[in-house]
Design a protein around this ligand. Structure first.
Ligand code: PRT
Ligand code: ZN
Length: 296
């Protein structure tokens, strides 16, 4: 039986959530702390723990069949691979709603800046030369790219570049270095990618099952199961308040002709404001429960 290999980041911002997602999808691994390879215990699916930058290449070369990596890294490496092989591509199968960040142009706080055209003739420091070059081309700007592997944010104060293109999440790093973010080059989150290599039928089947489960875990994470009591006369109004709920289940309450119990899966976030609104509409005994798994 062919085994699938999934590549995830060994240690970094995406590691914990990538592993959690796979475990919630029903995969169990023989974990060994120092090893880069974890054998799948219950399904023929093994894990490869690597640097995030290596994941796109492992997929392109067919060493791994699936990989979880930030769109920023995947897109940068795809563009890089296309310089050698123009048809190189990776298929993004699902966005995972973690590892959110933005690749941004940032300039010194005291530098006059109105539009990308102001970058003409300037030097931009970045760890993402490919994405930066593409963006500059789209903007019709002629600037030099200085590729750095780390500490990009100090390039302007060192005098090695006038501006930078770097990942931003909270903006703390930029502020600490007296830089301001101006333009978004790419908005990114973690995603599952697949190798372009053709798989045999059982492997393809296993991959499809895994993806359905991943999708189920993702949807469950966003969903809540809501139970409440409602006056029968206000059922429509109450159902309409439930965020992302399709046709709730309505149950009669023993001995209470005017009241019903309503159960619904809400596929969007349920906020306190929704509960308060439900209460104003006459709902009582409102319970919100987490959903662990979902299979459509
Ligand atoms: O060792 P390995 O190569 O695997 O890890 P790495 O150091 O290259 O990557 P890691 O773990 O830092 O990030 C992995 C992925 O997380 C990135 O490729 C992004 O997809 C995603 N991600 C989300 C981020 C951030 N948020 C982020 N804030 N990656 C990096 N940062 C950096 C940013 O460059 C800045 O310098 O964190 C710093 C702090 O950001 P602020 O804005 O919160 O101050
Ligand atoms: Zn990396």
């Amino acid at each position: 039986m062919t085994r699938l290999k999934i590549a995830i980041q060994k240690s970094g911002r995406l590691s914990e959530q990538s592993l959690q997602l796979l475990e919630r999808s029903g995969l169990a691994f023989a974990k060994s702390k120092d090893k880069l390879f974890w054998y799948g215990r219950n399904l023929p699916v093994d894990l490869l723990l690597v640097r995030d930058d290596d994941i796109p290449r492992l997929l392109l070369e067919g060493v791994c069949q699936l990989g979880i990596v930030g769109e920023n890294v995947a897109q940068e490496k795809i563009l890089e691979a296309r310089e050698r092989k123009p048809a190189a591509d990776l298929e993004a199968l699902a966005r995972l709603d973690f590892g959110h960040c933005r690749l941004m142009l940032a300039v010194p706080e005291d530098m006059p800046y109105n539009a990308p055209a102001d970058l003409d003739g300037k030097r931009l420091a970045t760890s993402y030369p490919q994405l930066t070059r593409r963006w500059l081309q789209e903007q019709g700007v002629d600037a030099d790219i200085v590729t750095l592997n780390g500490a990009v944010e100090i390039a302007p104060s060192l005098g090695t570049a006038e501006a930078i293109v770097d990942l931003v999440s909270t903006g703390t790093t930029l502020r600490a270095n007296h830089l301001k973010a101006t333009d978004e080059v790419l908005s990114s989150q973690a995603a599952v990618y697949r190798s372009p290599r053709v798989l045999d039928a059982p492997a393809e089947q296993l991959l499809a099952t895994l993806l359905t489960r991943i999708e189920g875990v993702r949807r469950a994470a966003e969903s809540k199961y809501v139970m409440l009591h409602a006056p029968r006369a206000r059922l429509a109004e109450i159902s309409a308040i439930l965020p992302g709920a399709e046709s709730p289940t309505v149950l009669t309450l023993e001995g209470q002709g005017d009241k019903v119990a309503v159960h619904a899966v809400c596929t969007e976030q349920v906020f306190w404001e929704h509960l308060e609104e439900l209460k104003r509409a006459g709902a009582s005994a409102v319970l919100v429960l987490p959903v662990e798994k979902m299979l459509a």
